[in-house]
Design a protein around this ligand. Structure first.
Ligand SMILES: *Cc1c(COP(=O)(O)O)cnc(C)c1O
Length: 233
């Protein structure tokens, strides 16, 4: 394959240092300690060897968007490295809930009542409580997962009170073609209203903008691992 600009081998460890420094620089003017912002390294589509470089560099919090792909990489990596915290950041089908709960430490994408019910049932059966975030579709995009902002308050209450889920906060993915700041502000407002401390927002292109709005978790993929191979059509 011809080497394109995006295929240049990148130094994952160096990128991690760079992102951490950028997070610290974004925190300073808003008087937030950099430790308040957890870097979730999004390793989807990256092979285990590449992820190992990040692990050796000390990175411990990772995000994957597909249960099956994560099952192929992470059981072994979790055995090799202690203290790994794996976040599911992609849509979860109810028939994959059990597998997801075995492997993931945080489910960031609770986006509908049926999924919340199945998660609660399965956690009960397994005797394992896994922290969750509610995904909010702040842009009200038809094709995007997430609860609508107007329905968020009721849904959060259901998850917490009726189902007993350990709801720690909210996550969002702003529309790709819009200024993200209003979406970050909206997510913060909904979380404040519900008394939720965790805000997962901001990706490679906009994590520095998410920090002033209170992001506690930024999900960064390409800026650490380089651009992902496009799926073959
Ligand atoms: C892929 C992905 C990311 C990381 O995106 P980058 O632009 O590569 O940083 C963050 N969040 C979610 C939900 C993703 O699917």
């Amino acid at each position: 394959m011809p080497e394109t600009k995006n295929a240049i081998p990148l130094d994952v460890a160096e990128n991690l240092r760079d992102i951490r420094a950028r997070i610290a620089r974004a925190c300073a003017p808003v008087d937030r300690p950099a430790e308040e912002v957890t870097l979730v390294a999004v390793s989807k589509t990256n092979p285990a060897d590449r992820i190992r470089v990040a692990l050796r560099a000390g990175q411990r919090v990772f995000g994957e968007n597909r249960v099956q792909e994560a099952q192929g990489k992470w059981p072994a990596l979790k055995q090799e490295f202690s203290g790994v915290e794996l976040h599911l950041i992609g849509p979860l089908q109810t028939n994959k809930v059990k597998d997801a709960l075995i492997l993931f430490d945080v489910i960031e994408t609770v986006d509908r009542p049926r999924l919340a019910r199945v998660l609660a049932e399965e956690m009960e059966k397994m005797g394992r409580s896994v922290p969750v975030l509610i995904q909010v579709n702040t842009g009200e995009e038809h094709q995007k997962a997430g609860i609508l902002p107007a329905e968020a308050r009721t849904f959060i209450g259901e998850c917490r009170d009726a189902l007993g889920l350990d709801v720690q906060g909210l996550m969002c993915i702003p529309p790709a073609d819009e200024e993200p700041s209003p979406h970050f502000a909206l997510l913060r407002e909904i979380a404040r209203d519900a008394g939720l401390p965790v805000l997962s927002m901001g990706m490679s292109g906009d994590f520095e903008k998410a920090v002033p709005f209170g992001a506690t978790h930024v999900r960064v993929g390409t800026a650490i691992f380089g651009s992902r191979p496009k799926p073959v059509a």
